[in-house]
Design a protein around this ligand. Structure first.
Ligand SMILES: [Fe+2]
Length: 382
């Protein structure tokens, strides 16, 4: 067996775990926290709640609300300036992937200088980052667990994948109670993002025994709990989705992803699409593309989705993909790009596919892909 490494943060999980944010910050030496979030989380009351928790521990804060979906390079660079100007010492983000990725980008620039694009790719951050506590408000992005940070380069209109061990935060807080304030759409999109993480990590060329068990558990939990979570909002099923998201994140953070995420990043950069919208459209098409190169692993995935096996591994794999397509059809999500991109220029797909080849996630896809093959996949699901 190859030598592998498995990096994860300290994870504080459970109903009401948000209340520990102040103590976590204190343990990391916080005197003045740099707090990152966005308007939506603020409106839901979570930012104020967090401020109250910090105040109770006697911790000051500076609030940076400049987060948007698909966070931009300049937002991260502005945030870093503010971090340094105010003499803050610990970064806390509360939000979805966008808030947490913004916080990570700020941490990189504040401690390593330069522009965020200088760190695109794998292992290009040299100096240690400020301590980070990331509080996720969705069950999907996994940024609170992962060594990934995705930032949009506005000039090049693409999303950069920045991957490095130091991006794993010190502490991740996962409080399923927060999911109760989320919309049905967001819960669904986030869970499908986590499902894509689990599946791509499982077929990654650097998957290990430690990541593979997390992937299969996450797939199982999402298939069995997402419909009920959306329908009933029961805390039990939302909690199961949170567990699934943590498991999927532990898998992809250490095994990386594949061509589906490479394409999702490139599409998000060009069309400013929400990340979670892309996977129900693209995921099964990419699984079919990869099938010949990962038949046994796809069969494992199929077995979990179907809860049974068919005649041969290939039959199990294919039946699993079909069942997954039925699963997506049963949810309120788009299944073709044209449903989301009516006013967009389809001819941009060529550039999008060429850019996707340079994304770090492409390196671990089980089947080597050319831009022409990626274009064919995108046209199939247009
Ligand atoms: Fe993702």
């Amino acid at each position: 067996m190859d030598i592998t490494k498995f990096a994860i943060p300290e994870i504080i999980f459970g109903r009401g775990s948000l209340n520990y944010a102040g103590q976590c910050a204190l343990r990391l030496g916080a005197k003045k926290v740099f707090l990152v979030s966005d308007a939506g989380i603020e409106q839901a009351g979570w930012v104020q709640r967090l401020m109250d928790i910090l105040e109770k521990e006697g911790i000051e804060w500076v609030y940076y609300p400049g987060v948007t979906s698909n966070p931009r390079d300049f937002q991260v660079e502005q945030g870093a300036e503010l971090y340094l100007k105010n003499g803050t010492d610990v970064i806390i983000a509360i939000g979805g992937g966008s808030s947490m990725d913004t916080a990570k980008g700020i941490a990189i620039i504040a401690s390593n200088g330069g522009r965020i694009r200088d760190y695109e790719g794998a292992n290009r951050v040299n100096r240690p980052l400020p301590p980070m506590v990331l509080i996720t408000t969705t069950a999907g992005s996994g940024s609170d667990i992962s060594q990934f940070c995705i930032i949009t380069d506005v000039e090049r209109a693409l999303k950069m994948s920045i991957i490095t061990r130091t991006l794993v935060p010190n502490i991740s807080i996962v409080d399923p109670l927060i999911l109760r304030t989320k919309t049905e759409t967001l819960i669904t999109q986030s869970a499908i993002d986590a499902l894509a993480h689990a599946i791509e990590a499982y077929t990654s060329t650097i998957a290990s025994e430690f990541t593979k068990m997390q992937s299969l558990k996450a797939i199982d939990l999402i298939i069995r709990n997402l419909p009920r979570a959306v329908e009933t909002r029961s805390l039990d099923s939302l909690e199961q989705l949170s567990i699934a998201s943590v498991a999927a994140s532990m898998a992809f953070s250490n095994a990386s992803l594949g061509v589906e995420h490479a394409l999702a990043h490139s599409l998000g950069g060009h069309f400013d699409m929400r990340h979670g919208v892309i996977h129900p459209i693209l995921l099964t098409a990419v699984m079919r593309f990869n099938l010949d190169y990962a038949e046994d692993r796809m069969a494992d995935i199929g077995r979990v989705i179907l809860n049974t096996t068919m005649g041969s591994p290939r039959e199990t794999a294919l039946a699993g993909i079909e069942k997954l397509e039925d699963f997506f059809d049963s949810l309120n999500v788009s299944r073709k790009f044209r449903q989301e991109l009516q006013d967009k220029d389809k001819s941009l797909l060529k550039t999008i596919c060429k850019n996707a080849l340079n994304d770090a996630c492409n390196l671990t896809n089980p089947r080597p892909a050319s831009w022409q093959e990626l274009l064919k996949i995108c046209k199939e699901v247009w």
